[in-house]
Design a protein. Structure first.
Lengths: 113, 114
């Protein structure tokens, strides 16, 4: 059972363009939605995160848009740069005290110079 | 300060052997997680420690997998009778106690079972 569905699987964008990655979830008990960035051979690093009581959060070139009724959220990378080339994972955290994360399958982003 | 560290970075073993993977969390982080990341997939939860105790081990795939954290800091993931299907990157993450959201991941241990 895949609780967090992520698309697209891969994405190629030109430098300066906008990268958009989408995620959908099923469990309405999820209460925290982070995005992680992972470079080859490295562990995932938190990029930006949002809670369901907010519809949008922006940090620099990165924005999360959240649609609670549709159970969808997306990552927008403005002015994409070659250094943004990495794998991006959306995740969701369930209720309860363990705070474990459920991840999507990832999106491999390539930004061409 | 230092981040989460994991050793070894790579481990190659033969089918049927026993392996131990080590995680050193960020100092002061009482919550510790193990995840497994198969090729082309997102990390999947294995086990969660709050202090010394395993508060949630629901993600461990079978009884060949076991993890300990005897002093509430370093954790060891132990895999008995390894199988080729165990090949993956094993990630450790730590979090400050309480309501802090962010999990900080280590670089992972790439396990290859021949």
């Amino acid at each position: 059972q895949q609780q967090v569905k992520q698309s697209p699987q891969s994405l190629i964008v030109q430098k300066g363009g906008i990268s958009i990655i989408n995620c959908a979830y099923e469990n309405t008990a999820f209460d925290y939605f982070p995005w992680y960035q992972q470079f080859p051979g490295k562990g995932p690093a938190l990029l930006i995160a949002i809670r369901p009581d907010v519809s949008e959060k922006k940090e620099g070139r990165f924005t999360i848009s959240f649609n609670k009724s549709a159970k969808q959220f997306s990552l927008h990378i403005m002015d994409s740069q070659p250094g943004d080339s990495a794998t991006y994972f959306c995740a969701a955290r369930g209720e309860g005290s363990n705070y474990k994360l459920t991840f999507g399958k990832g999106t491999l982003l390539t930004v061409n110079p | 300060g230092a981040g989460v560290s994991q050793t070894p970075s790579n481990k190659v073993t033969e089918k049927g052997k026993y392996v131990e993977l080590r995680c050193d969390p960020i100092s002061g982080h009482t919550a510790l997680y193990w995840y497994r990341q198969s090729l082309g997939q997102g990390p999947e939860f294995l086990i969660y420690f709050q202090g010394t105790g395993a508060a949630d081990d629901s993600g461990l795939p079978n009884d060949r997998f076991f993890a300990v954290r005897p002093e509430g800091s370093v954790s060891t993931l132990k895999i008995q009778r390894t199988e080729r299907g165990d090949s993956a990157v094993y990630l450790c993450a730590s979090r400050v106690a309480g309501v802090a959201d962010t999990q900080y991941f280590g670089p992972g241990t790439r396990l290859t079972v021949l």
